[in-house]
Structure formats: C-alpha cells, structure tokens
Ligand binder design. Structure first.
Ligand SMILES: Nc1ncnc2c1ncn2[C@@H]1O[C@H](COP(=O)(O)OP(=O)(O)OP(=O)(O)O)[C@@H](O)[C@H]1O
Length: 709
C-alpha cells in the first residue's frame, strides 16, 4: 500500500521525516506493481476557480480493488478533485489517469459505463419515478431491460427504497440520496466515485452501504473513491487520503495512519496532521522568505522540498505517460450514439407526460397568440364616440345622407353644438368632431356638378373633421357617398389617381394580412427559445448535465436530443397555428403549404438552437430569462415583422437584414401571398438564411456546452 505524506516543508523535523520513512518501509510491500494496478492516479494536479486556487500540486493514488476514503474539512477541495477525476472539470496543470487513461480520452470508457458517479448534488430528475431514473441510466449504459430490472430489484431492496413507481420529488432527502447512489451502482461499474453518499442516511443503512462497498472491492476488479464527513466510517476504507486546503496531507491505510500518529481515532490522527502542517506553515511564515500562508498555496509553494518524501510510490517526478488514439477511435468518439439520444428523448417525453398542464399550455400558447393578433390588430374600431355638429339646414340635406354612410357599429354619433363638441374633444370625451356648414348641401351639389367653383364653395361643401390624433382613425367613407350620389358620373370628382386591381393581394388587404406571416415565425421562434433557454441551466444547476456526461452522454448528444424532443412540441404548435390562421382567420395562402410548413419548422429549430446557446452559455435562470426576453422586442421590430424593413434607416437596416427572421418573413409572405416557390431568390434566400442560423446556433451551443462541461 502506498503511503504518501505530502509536502512538509524543508524545515519539517527530521524525526517526522524519519518516522514517515519507516512507515514507507512498512507499507512498501503492498505498493501496486505497475500502472495497471492503479485505478486513479493524480499527479501535480492544480485547479483554480478564478483567483481561488482550490487544488494545488495534489498527488493521489487509488489502487485497483481498494476503497479510498477521501477525507477533509468542508471546502478543502474534495468535490473539485472528484470532478477533475471524472473529467467534468478541467485541471489547469498536472496529470490524471483514470483506469489507465485520462478522463474523456478518445475511446476510453471514462466517462461511460466503467464509472459510476454519485455527485454531491442530487442530480435526479424530480418528475421521474425511481423506476424511470434507473431505467434511464440503464439505457445510457446500454443495459438490456432484463439486466436493468434485475439490478433495479436488487438496489431497491438493498438501499431500502420505496416502491419503484414513487416519484423522486415526493421522496425524503435521504431516500433521494439513496436513489442517486443506486443510479451510480446500477451498471456494476469498475470504478465508483461517490461524493458523500452517506449524508442523510441512517446509521444502519450507512453500515450496509459500507459493507456492500467492502464486498464489491473484494473481487479486486472494482475500485471506489468516496468522500465523507463521517471520518470514523472511513476506517472501513483500505486507504484514506486526508485533504486540507487543496492538498493531501497524508495517504495510507487508516490503521497505519493512526499508528503513525499514536491516535486512537482517524479524527485524532487527522487533527494531529493538521497541527503539524500548521506548525510548518507558521515556521515558514516567520522565515524571511515566507509570506502570509493561509491556504493551500502555502503548502504547495514548496513542491521541490517535498520531493524526497513524495518519491514513495509513483511520484510527482515520474514521467507522464503518453497516450494516443488513431483517427478511427477519435471519429467514433465524436460521433453521436443514437442509444444515448433515444434515452434522453424518452426522458424528455416522460417529463412532459408528468406535466400535462404545462404541455397543453405549450401547445395552445401559439394559437392564443396568433388569434389575439388576428382579432386585435388591423381591424376597424368599434363604438368610438364622435361629436357631430350639423348646421346644414337644407330639406333633404346631404349631411344626413353622408352621416348614414358611417358604420354605426364603429362610430357612435353624438349631435352637439360647435362649442360643446370642441370642449368635448379637448376633454378627451370624443375621438373627433365632424362638422357640416350651413350651406353644405347646396355647395356640395355645386362642387359635384360645376366645372369651376370658387374656394368658398369648395370649403362650404366639405366635411370638416377635427381629430384627436393621439388616437386617430379614418372612419368616413366619402368615396362611397360620392358613388351613391353620382353613380356613373362619380369619376368626375375622383382623385386624379387610380389604384387598379392589385397584381398580388387584394384592395382590402389589411394590416393583419401583412403582419401574420412574420408574427407566425416570430411566435414559433420565441416559444422555441422559451422552451429551451432554461433546459441546460436547470439541469446544470442540479448536477444532471455532469452526471449524464460522466455516464457517457456527449454534449452533441445532449444537444441533438433536446432538439429532437422540442421538435415534437413545435410540430404540434405549428399544426395548430396553421389550422387557425388558414381555416379560422382565413389568411390566404396562394403558395405551397409544404414550403410554408417547412419554413416555419426551420424557424422553430432556429429558436430551439438559439435557446440552447443561451442555455449552454448562462448559468443562472434569471440571466437566461433576461437574455431570452431582452432580444424579443429588438428582433421583432428590426425583422420587418410589424413595419416594412424598407422603413428602417441605414445602418440599422444592415442589422435587420442579418437577423434570422427578416428574410424568412419576407419569404413566407412571398409564398403565402404571391404563391412563389423555391425558384425565386427571395424565397430560397429565406430558407438559406434560416438554415445558416440553425447550423451556426447548433455548433455554437455544442461548442459552449463542450467547453463548459
Ligand atoms: N463553481 C465554483 N466557483 C467558484 N468557487 C468554487 C466553485 N465550486 C467550488 N468552489 C470553491 O472551491 C472550494 C472547494 O470546494 P469543494 O466543493 O471542492 O469543497 P469540498 O471539500 O467538497 O467541500 P464539502 O465537503 O463542503 O462539499 C470552496 O472554497 C468553494 O467555495
């Protein structure tokens, strides 16, 4: 068995070193013969979080077929070390080999089936049952249903878990931790990495867990590294490592450690080690060269000083082995596994099934939004109050006739005197005042029948309108009146401009028709962003991303699984959306329905992939929400959805054209209203830009997730 007593400084007492030398001799007999006997080997491992140096030149060796108890006070870096060992955290310096190769080395099964990892966080899907949880990890590890069932039965019994159909969210804290332990033990891994598996577990079960660990390592094929706050329970480990301030104070069999420090308990031995290291630190602190030594750096700054002692076992000075993998192995390593993608998709579906209310809401939300747009935007005003000042006294006054052309459902006419009407509009009671002069009828007749009339006649034969332009609407259809009175002679008083039947669209095309295609794309895009923007954020926070990664799920697989599952949701959303806009609101579609559907689906995928970028890059729900919401209005306005892009001033227009929805909205309008197909540049450009953004977002999200996992 190895015994390392890390890094006492040069001036540590000779007696101490002598003592350690003797211990070394005692234990040398059990040293592993070569690399193949070592499950985990950490050499000179350093890791910092920003400026905080958490691991500092740390050396640790877990022999094959042993239980290694990693002990140390809270915050000393145990979890950080385990994360570096499983590969979810990158080390800034040093070397780690797990079962013969560095974690995540191409073709290596760590992360993967060979390792069972129980993180400190719960790292369980709360909407899952115990059965779902174990089945999910079974699928990822490639177990058959029968194998999973056998292991599940054993683990439920062994860990004293409730019924397999109990929901994780309904379990007690201790039960959840036992389910988490069960997930780590499920595939009978060669290496178990357990971060405080016995927290919140009653003493009887704690002892049972330790017995099980002792049992499984007996075959010599399974190795365990376990952290615990209950120092004394680690006496059952074959080797313990005592950690403090980011480095290992000692490593060896518990009995040998206690003997070396004349201690009756491990805790006592640990305290003595701490005292010794503190003395070393304070001596170094008082030396002329010494600085303030309050953390691990104080120990680690003297790396060379510790060399004579560290040479026991594979030391820091030993050469780091070179690893290589041929291109085929590398390619296989990068290629996504459908098994993992399927497992993750089933997981998402099960979670959706457990939240039917939320799923229905997701399906109906786009329909509600587009219905609101069609109902509330672009229509005629209803029930607005307009004051009418009618001084026209002719027997069959045209003013009455003209007023009868007003749509009474839109305009509620209130007859008033001139003063009352103006007072009313100033007080905000009326939207406008319609006024007719005393000789309106005779002047208007003259205007319509005579070639040349005076300004006074024109003025007196005009309807005078005062509007509150803060809320303006055109409600008077004078053209209809003229046509009614003059019939075939109406052309005489028509404006010198004539709008022929439109080439595309119709004379009565309204704002709703313009806005709907863009709005459909925008709604699909943003709901997709909303569906995915938080997915990784929450999973990362709960440790699920890391746990799945250690189980062998790559970033690309995670990304693709999310994409495919959300694709199902947006497909239903799009189907309902199209049914409503085409059949209920009768928005015209002159072009290919297939093109319309494909373009909307592609925009949905752009939304999903953009959501995944947010999710991969941002750790916190609030920030992720802000990012998703923050881009909503700028993108909506700049994409030419509400108002044409041609109205946007340069250079903002260039920004607009670069956005994912600008060309796509234009393409959708061209398909739906002009009946154009892919042969038209405007149409294929919309598709090309959407595909380009999709690819960019998916690659970006995968790279960010990979860098951050
Ligand atoms: N993501 C992080 N960002 C910044 N600092 C971190 C992060 N994770 C851990 N730390 C810091 O690193 C140090 C070591 O943390 P770590 O979780 O490894 O300790 P630990 O020994 O496992 O503690 P415990 O026994 O309480 O779980 C602590 O000071 C902690 O605040």
């Amino acid at each position: 068995m190895i015994f390392l007593h890390s890094r006492p400084a040069k001036d540590a007492s000779t007696a101490q070193i002598q003592k350690e030398g003797n211990m070394k001799a005692d234990l040398e007999a059990s040293l592993p013969a070569g690399q193949e006997d070592i499950a985990i080997q950490c050499r000179d491992v350093c890791r910092s979080y920003g400026k905080l140096k958490v691991l500092s030149n740390l050396n640790l060796t877990v022999p094959q077929g042993h239980i290694y108890g990693l002990l140390g006070p809270s915050g000393c870096g145990k979890t950080t070390l385990l994360k570096c060992i499983v590969g979810t955290l990158k080390i800034s310096r040093g070397h780690i080999a797990v079962l013969g190769k560095p974690p995540a080395f191409p073709g290596h099964d760590v992360p993967g089936k060979m390792v069972g990892y129980m993180p400190q966080e719960l790292a369980l899907y709360r909407e899952f049952t115990i059965g779902n949880t174990l089945t999910f990890f079974g699928r990822i590890h490639g177990l058959t249903s029968k194998e999973t069932k056998t292991r599940m039965d054993f683990l439920i019994d062994f860990l004293d878990l409730p019924q397999r159909d109990s929901l994780v969210r309904n379990l007690s804290g201790g039960q959840r931790r036992r389910v988490s332990l069960g997930a780590a033990l499920l595939q009978n891994p060669q290496l178990l990495i357990l971060d405080e598996p016995t927290v919140g577990v009653d003493p009887v079960l704690r002892s049972k867990i330790w017995q099980h660990l002792v049992q499984i390592v007996k075959t010599g094929k399974v190795s365990v590294i376990i952290t615990t706050h209950y120092i004394e329970e680690a006496r059952q480990a074959n080797v313990v490592g005592l950690m403090r301030n980011g480095c290992l104070l000692a490593e060896g069999p518990p009995d040998a450690l206690m003997k070396q420090h004349n201690a009756t308990t491990l805790e006592h031995a640990f305290l003595q080690l701490c005292e010794t290291s503190d003395q070393i630190v304070s001596k170094r602190g008082s030396s002329p060269q010494g600085g303030a030594l309050e953390n691990s750096q104080s120990f680690e700054s003297g790396r060379d000083e510790s060399q004579p002692i560290l040479t026991v076992g594979p030391g820091a000075a030993e050469e780091v082995p070179k690893y290589s993998a041929d291109w085929k192995v590398r390619a296989r390593h990068v290629l996504p596994k459908w098994r993992n993608i399927a497992a993750l998709m089933i997981k998402t579906m099960v979670r959706m099934k457990r939240m039917p209310g939320s799923l229905c809401f997701q399906f109906l939300l786009p329909v509600i939004q587009v219905s609101l747009i069609c109902l509330c935007i672009g229509g005629d005003p209803k029930g607005i109050q307009v004051a009418v000042v009618n001084n026209d006294t002719a027997p069959s006054a045209y003013s009455h006739l003209l007023l009868s052309f007003l749509d009474n459902s839109s305009v509620h006419q209130v007859p008033l005197s001139h003063t009352e009407a103006l007072d009313g509009i100033y007080n905000g009671e009326y939207w406008g005042v319609i006024g007719f002069g005393k000789n309106f009828t005779s002047y208007l007749t003259k205007r319509m029948l005579q070639r040349q009339v005076s300004r006074e006649v024109v003025d007196g034969g005009s309807v005078h309108v005062w509007l509150d332009l803060t809320n303006c609407h055109s409600v008077l259809s004078s053209q209809a009146f003229v046509e009614n009175k003059l019939g075939s002679m109406a052309y005489l008083v028509a404006l010198p401009i004539k709008f022929e039947e439109p080439i595309y669209g119709s004379q009565d095309t309204d704002f709703t028709t313009f806005v709907t295609p863009g709005a459909v794309l925008s709604i699909t895009f943003y709901l997709a962003v909303g569906l995915t923007a938080l997915s990784f954020v929450l999973e990362r926070k709960e440790g699920l991303l890391d746990r799945c990664w250690v189980a062998g799920v790559s970033s690309l697989e995670t990304m693709l699984a999310h994409l495919f599952s959300q694709l199902f949701v947006i497909s239903v959303q799009i189907l309902l959306l199209l049914l409503f806009i085409l059949l209920v609101f009768k928005i015209p579609n002159e072009g290919s329905l297939a093109l319309v559907i494909v373009l909307i689906v592609l925009q949905g995928i752009t939304g999903i992939s953009f959501g995944l970028v947010i999710s991969a890059a941002i750790d916190d729900e609030q920030n992720a929400n802000q990012a998703a919401l923050g881009i909503f209005y700028p993108n909506l306005i700049l994409s030419g959805i509400i108002w044409p892009v041609e109205c946007i001033p340069y250079p903002l227009r260039y920004v607009s054209l670069a956005l994912p929805q600008t060309y796509a909205s234009e393409a959708l309008r061209c398909i739906m209203y002009r009946g154009w197909g892919l042969s038209r540049m405007i149409v294929w450009r919309g598709f090309a830009v959407t595909l380009g953004w999709n690819t960019f977002f998916i690659i970006l999200a995968t790279v960010i997730l990979k860098l951050r996992t």
